[in-house]
Ligand binder design. Structure first.
Ligand SMILES: Nc1ncnc2c1ncn2[C@@H]1O[C@H](COP(=O)(O)O)[C@@H](OP(=O)(O)O)[C@H]1O
Ligand SMILES: [Mg+2]
Ligand SMILES: [Mg+2]
Ligand SMILES: [Mg+2]
Length: 355
């Protein structure tokens, strides 16, 4: 089985470098927020991180395609924002020069930066090597001072092979259990930060999210759930992203007694993968919403490699080969393999009762 060691190294270092930039923006009051066509927010942190990561991917793997969340059209006619992002991007590097070299060095010019952002325009699909990039997942959490993640995955012929999640506001310690506070008020982010990774068939790991080269890694595993009543389940903070009501009913049906842990971004996938939490539920709020591949690709692999099963609400594996969205899936149900079937039955019962 291919080990994708070069791809993994580049992805981890690229995410680590981008997180230096996002952390800088996180600690600033003015985040240069603008509203996208779908009324969702994007900040100078999202644009800057996308530029840095695509630049590194393209330097190392010029033939590969990228499905990135953001695009640069709004920057091409907004000089102030463009200058702000360029200043950030130009000033961000890893403090280890060897690691910086792996990433192909800095971006040459502002134009090259805009082109790098726009190189995230792949249509996706089931052929060849395609990276899925979410430069800041959980932008609303990022703006609120909550959790967020820098997410990058490599798909080969529509199958996720490498997944990396940088979570600057999660504790480094894998054994720190989730609490109601885990998802909120992370404004003192210093000393925190974890980098999750997985390669298909080779397991999942975590390591501290640093600012130089890669720190020492350790394997991670989902926790064995002996009693679903004691399980910790995670869900989005935003009620517009998943149905808190349905998730509450499902948890009740399973006999879960603890309140849900609300947390933005794919930090939820990372948290259950290392056994800090147990279950992640994302029940659709709208029948016509298609989940984006960059919101799930890295997390899906990391959870599966840590001993989890990830499906949609109908029990189908997430299918990343359908383009930029998970067009053939509805919602997400992630849990340890041993209890996933039980969780899925509860999901189906709750959804059936609503029809
Ligand atoms: N109606 C909807 N249903 C599900 N997900 C949605 C949604 N509207 C937006 N999203 C996605 O939810 C992601 C955040 O997930 P979470 O709620 O787990 O933090 C957003 O990622 P970005 O923040 O990268 O835009 C966005 O892509
Ligand atoms: Mg977004
Ligand atoms: Mg996202
Ligand atoms: Mg995003």
């Amino acid at each position: 089985m291919a080990s994708y060691s070069k791809e993994l190294e580049v992805a981890q270092l690229a995410v680590q470098r981008a997180a230096i930039l996002t952390k800088k923006v996180f600690h600033e009051k003015a985040k240069g927020t603008i509203s996208k066509d779908d009324a969702s927010p994007v900040t100078i942190g999202d644009f800057g991180a996308q530029a840095l990561i695509i630049h590194a991917v393209k330097k190392n793997f010029p033939e590969d395609q990228v499905v990135g969340e953001e695009e640069a059209s709004s920057l091409r006619d907004n000089q102030k924002l463009r200058d702000q992002i360029w200043a950030l991007v130009n000033g961000t590097k890893l403090s280890d020069s060897e690691a910086e070299k792996v990433l192909g060095g800095p971006i040459e010019s502002m134009d090259a930066m805009l082109d790098a952002i726009d190189a995230g325009n792949s249509a996706g699909g089931n052929k060849g090597r395609i990276w899925a990039l979410d430069p800041i997942d959980g932008t609303k959490g990022f703006l609120r001072g909550g959790q967020y993640a820098v997410c990058l995955a490599l798909m080969v012929d529509g199958d996720v092979k490498v997944g990396v999640l940088g979570c600057p506001n999660l504790p480094v310690d894998d054994s720190a259990p989730l609490t109601a506070e885990s998802g909120i008020d992370q404004t003192d982010a210093e000393g925190k930060g974890v980098l999750f990774s997985a390669v298909s068939g080779h397991g999942a790991t975590s390591r501290p999210l640093g600012i130089a080269g890669l720190g020492k890694s350790q394997p991670i595993q989902m926790k064995e759930v002996k009693d679903l009543g004691q399980a910790t389940f995670c869900e989005s903070v935003e009620a517009g992203h998943s149905s808190h009501g349905d998730q509450f009913e499902i948890a009740n049906k399973l006999g879960v007694t603890k309140p849900s842990v609300r947390m933005d971004s794919q930090a939820k996938y990372g948290s259950i993968a290392r056994g800090a939490g147990d279950i992640y539920l994302r029940l659709p709020v709208r029948a016509d919403y298609q989940e984006k591949i960059w919101d799930h690709a890295a997390g899906d692999l990391i959870v599966r490699e840590a001993g989890g099963e990830v499906t949609d609400t109908l029990g189908r594996r997430l299918d990343f080969s359908k383009g930029r969205t998970l067009a053939e899936n509805k919602g997400v149900v992630a849990a340890p393999v041993a209890v996933h079937g039980q969780v899925l039955s509860a999901v189906k019962e709750v959804l059936a009762a609503k029809k």
